[in-house]
Design a protein around this ligand. Structure first.
Ligand SMILES: *Cc1c(COP(=O)(O)O)cnc(C)c1O
Length: 389
């Protein structure tokens, strides 16, 4: 572990997580349950640490995208309910039951398959029915002429003896967008979801304990969609426009150090391909942060990082393990000085905008080679290196 200290690392602020959780709680009210989305290693923040904290804080549910992600949590002390949003092969149904993991059921074929496996195993699988109200990805298709067949399929699934239908949910395609067309689309999806719930529960003669649909955008902008539980991901981590609206705090800062400094004459080509040539005597630093750490190569020659002496220009192609920065006149920056990639002085949102992408992709791209340090009250309370050592 010591070997990677002070190369390139991520600092995860657990106080910010507490603050964001409590703030979201105060907005959604005491009657609304909270599901924290911790898929993709909690958006790169470390799912075990984030889930453990959410469990301590009293969150109601977690969601991941695969059984491996769910098992990782179960093997690391997470006992609270976990919903798998994505695909699980039917051969794994016994493990789902054994470890009390809830599975999304997205169509008749899956319902039948899961039911058969559960009966074979001699147990019942807890499921949440996924309704496709307009995302056009997973879920029972229920719009327009598909309404009746959709309802029938869902009721049929709910009545299967191997399945216990605890919840029903849908996912919004445009709740993150501010324009009126997107807002109307969200409203239309929500209206359809409510109609589906009503029709299914009438026909089935029972009610689901958990109805949920509000992702980050809907949690902030559409309180009418809360139902029993909200289901935000990005909001919890404190990035994006919606987090800003509620004054939430970003959890992750990404930092690196200057490993070497050299002075080049004017006319010196720097890095692969010669896309950067010095036009002055240049004091050039090397940082051990490259695209294998998550530094998008498309940002080559067109981004700045933050030093103690202010912004510094990145020069030349970003390499796999390194990149170069112009430190001319930045006399307080020396070998060993810290450089902030994103964090308090330079937001992840701006960084993502510069890269032409969304904050989700940037945090997910912070690779396993980058150790995560967990901070509480400004102190590092744990470290995690994701390499096999
Ligand atoms: C990822 C995901 C979420 C969380 O989305 P955010 O935009 O991060 O809030 C919620 N529901 C489903 C089904 C998801 O796949």
């Amino acid at each position: 572990m010591k070997s990677t200290l002070k190369r390139t690392w991520a600092e995860i602020d657990l106080d910010a997580l507490d603050y964001n959780y409590q703030t979201i709680r105060s907005h959604i009210g005491a009657k609304t349950k909270f599901l924290g989305v911790v898929k993709a290693d909690a958006y790169g923040h470390g799912s075990v640490q984030i889930a453990s904290r959410l469990q301590e804080l009293g969150a109601d549910y977690l969601a991941v995208s695969s059984i491996d992600e769910a098992m990782e949590l179960r093997f690391n002390g997470i006992t609270m309910p976990i919903l798998i949003l994505g695909h699980t092969p039917k051969e794994q149904v016994d493990r789902l039951i054994c470890f009390n993991i809830t599975q999304a059921v997205t169509c008749k074929a899956k319902a039948d398959e899961y039911n058969a496996e559960a009966l074979k195993y001699g147990g019942t699988l807890k499921v949440h029915i996924k309704v496709d109200t307009g995302m056009s990805r997973l879920g029972y298709l229920c719009n327009d002429e598909h309404f009746d067949s959709g309802i029938e399929g869902i009721v049929e699934a709910c009545q299967l003896p191997g399945l216990q239908a605890e919840g029903i949910f849908t996912h919004f395609a445009m709740a993150d967008e501010e324009d009126s067309m997107s807002q109307a689309y969200t409203q239309k999806q929500f209206a359809l979801f409510q109609n589906v719930i009503h029709a299914v529960e009438t026909k089935w003669g029972q009610t689901f304990s958990l109805h949920h649909c509000a992702n980050t955008g809907a949690t902030v902008d559409h309180p009418e969609t809360y139902l029993d539980m909200v289901r935000p991901g990005l909001l919890l981590y404190g990035y994006g426009t919606h987090a800003k609206k509620w004054h939430l705090q970003p959890l992750m800062s990404l930092k690196t150090v200057v490993s070497t400094i050299k002075v080049y004459d004017p006319g010196t080509h720097v890095s692969y391909g010669g896309i950067y040539t010095t036009n002055k005597k240049t004091r050039m630093g090397v940082i051990p942060y490259g695209y294998a750490d998550g530094f998008l190569r498309s940002l080559s020659n067109r981004c700045q990082l933050m030093s103690v002496d202010g912004p510094v220009q990145q020069c030349g192609r970003i390499c796999m393990d390194m990149a170069m920065i112009d430190l001319t006149d930045k006399w307080n920056v020396k070998v060993g000085s810290e450089i902030e990639i994103f964090g308090p002085h330079r937001s992840l949102d701006d960084w993502a905008a510069l890269a032409g992408t969304i904050p989700y992709e940037i945090v997910c791209a912070v690779s396993k080679r980058v150790p995560r340090f967990y901070l509480q009250s400004g102190k590092i309370i744990s470290k995690e290196l994701l390499l096999r050592m």
